[in-house]
Design a protein around this ligand. Structure first.
Ligand code: FAD
Ligand code: E0Q
Length: 468
């Protein structure tokens, strides 16, 4: 028997999951707290983007959505590192343009997924916030913005309502989920570099007049993820298809400089002029954005359990919110959705076993990407421009070329393959130990005896598991 399925939260993961389940013949009902983003009046907010990598594309491909998203995604070949003097250096992510990541607009992705979910037969109710659950009868209590309450008798409940999950809170009333949130101690602020055509002539830096006159829309290299590493903090910028960039400043909550010390419009200007001077002329709205946009919180959410017997399961950020420094939160959530849709379609009449199996398979992978995302913050903000790091990267690539099918850089496994995150983490640790040993006391690749290294590589690494 195929149980009717209720999904709480029509964000990125919920909308993809609804699509996949409806496509497999399940009756799917979704409740979403916010109003329908496709309705007029919700367009034209801030443009927020995300990096989409192979795991995310795979989810979209399975749902038949790849062709829809590809034309509106912007290719990012590597990270463009901006030093304090404004010098830039592109570090390629992969070997060639088949190994790149993509910047996609969150709103456009969500909207397209909502269309796909409905096209597959899902019923989506907007402006319906989950308040609580009566688990004895599996009745959801929902509330709309105007205070109207509604009850919904659910079959199976799937929670994709994000890091602050209301379904998780409802589950925690009847089962100990072993929930633990570890704050990072750093937060973020989103800012904007408008398209060149939208920057007033008067505030346009001299070098950019010509660029704009040529009809170029992007103020910086469009096909890159820009990073300004500054030790304990950093800025990044991802391109939007229409020519703007979304800039995110990551900064400690306390100390100097911090989100507490950089408070006012003039603080923000002085701080940016000192540390990020090359972007100041590209951000005419810097002060207004800094003061007007909310500050985001960051941290990692760990649960010991993701399900309540046969009745409910959490996926995506609701069960494993992570810090954003590997650009994998949505990618991991899409992997959850694909895995669950497969399991549930194979054994639709035993959700208790499906939920337990899903948790068994996914939890080690969620823990691994959580750890790698945390490590990547230090790497991004502090290491990408140091000599040791660059030599290690060079050696990593050299060994990958010498040992195809055996040595794969960890970034490659996470970003361009679907090798389980856990495997990427474990193999990455083995590789990084050898890399560190090999570069100790060395300053160029030529100083390293690669033939001697080859024997070590074959000894410590088995062949890479075939991509699933
Ligand atoms: P959400 O996207 O949070 O969706 C949850 C949905 O549930 C929302 O629509 C919400 O309105 C709804 N909801 C909430 N409460 C209720 C309720 N009570 N009742 C009904 N509905 C409810 N990931 C990447 O892969 N690449 C990136 O480059 C990347 N960059 C990031 C940058 C930043 C600064 C941050 C903070 C995150 C980033 N992420 C990135 C992570 C990514 O945003 C999340 O992993 C992803 O959005 C998780 O999707 P989700 O559907 O689980 O949750
Ligand atoms: C990626 C792609 C928010 C965010 C998203 C990302 C990445 C980073 C730094 C950040 C990591 C990298 N990265 O360049 O190694 O690869 O998505 Cl801060």
């Amino acid at each position: 028997m195929r149980p009717p399925i209720t999904i709480v939260g029509a964000g990125l993961v919920g909308a993809l999951l609804a699509t996949l389940l409806a496509q497999r013949g399940f009756a799917v009902t979704v409740f979403e707290r916010r109003p329908d983003p496709r309705k007029a009046g919700f367009l034209g907010g801030r443009s927020i983007n995300l990096a989409l990598a192979e795991r995310g594309w795979h989810g979209l491909r399975v749902a038949g959505m790849q062709e829809r998203m590809r034309p509106i995604a912007v290719m990012m070949r590597g990270r463009m590192v901006h030093d304090v003097n404004g010098q830039t250096n592109l570090q390629r992510y992969g070997r060639d343009d088949s190994e790149v990541i993509w910047s996609v607009n969150r709103g456009a992705l969500n909207t397209n997924l909502l269309d796909a979910a409905e096209a597959a037969g899902t019923i989506i109710h907007f402006d319906q916030r989950l308040d609580s659950v009566d688990w004895n009868h599996s009745i959801l209590h929902l509330r709309s913005e105007d205070g109207t309450v509604r009850e919904h008798r659910a079959g199976v409940v799937l929670g994709t309502d994000g890091a602050g999950s209301a379904l998780r809170n409802a589950m925690a009333r009847v089962v100990d989920l072993g929930e633990r949130f570890e704050p990072l101690g750093h937060g973020y602020k989103e800012l904007e570099i408008p398209a060149l055509t939208d920057i007033p002539q008067a505030s346009l830096a001299p070098g950019l007049h010509e660029k704009r006159a040529r009809g170029e829309r992007f103020a910086m290299e469009p096909n890159a993820l820009h990073i300004w590493p500054r030790g304990n903090y950093m800025c990044i910028a991802l391109p939007n298809a229409e020519g703007s960039f979304t800039v995110t400043l990551f900064l400690p909550n306390e100390g100097t400089p911090s989100l507490s010390s950089v408070k006012t419009a003039s603080d923000a200007r002085a701080f940016f002029e000192r540390d990020f001077a090359d972007i100041v002329p590209l951000m005419p709205g810097l002060e207004a954005d800094y003061v007007g946009n909310p500050t985001g919180l960051l941290g990692t959410l760990y649960l010991d359990r993701w399900h309540l017997d046969h009745r409910a399961l959490l996926l995506g950020d609701a069960s494993h919110a992570i810090v954003p420094f590997h650009g994998q939160g949505m990618n991991a959530g899409f992997e959850d959705a694909v895995e669950l849709a497969e399991l549930i379609a194979a054994t639709p009449d035993d959700t208790a076993s499906v939920f337990a199996e899903f948790e068994r398979r996914r939890k080690p992978n969620a823990d691994a990407i959580a750890a790698m995302a945390l490590e990547n913050y230090v790497e991004m903000r502090d290491r990408v421009d140091d000599a040791d790091y660059l030599l290690m990267r060079e050696l990593d690539r050299a060994l990958a070329a010498r040992h195809p099918g055996r040595w794969a850089p960890r970034y490659w496994m996470v970003t361009f393959s679907r090798i389980p995150y856990r495997t990427a983490f474990e193999r990455g640790a083995i590789q990084s130990k050898l890399l560190r040993e090999l570069i100790a006391g060395k300053s160029t690749l030529a100083d390293i005896n690669l033939d001697a290294a080859d024997a070590r590589v074959r000894l410590i690494l088995s062949p890479v598991p075939a991509d699933t």
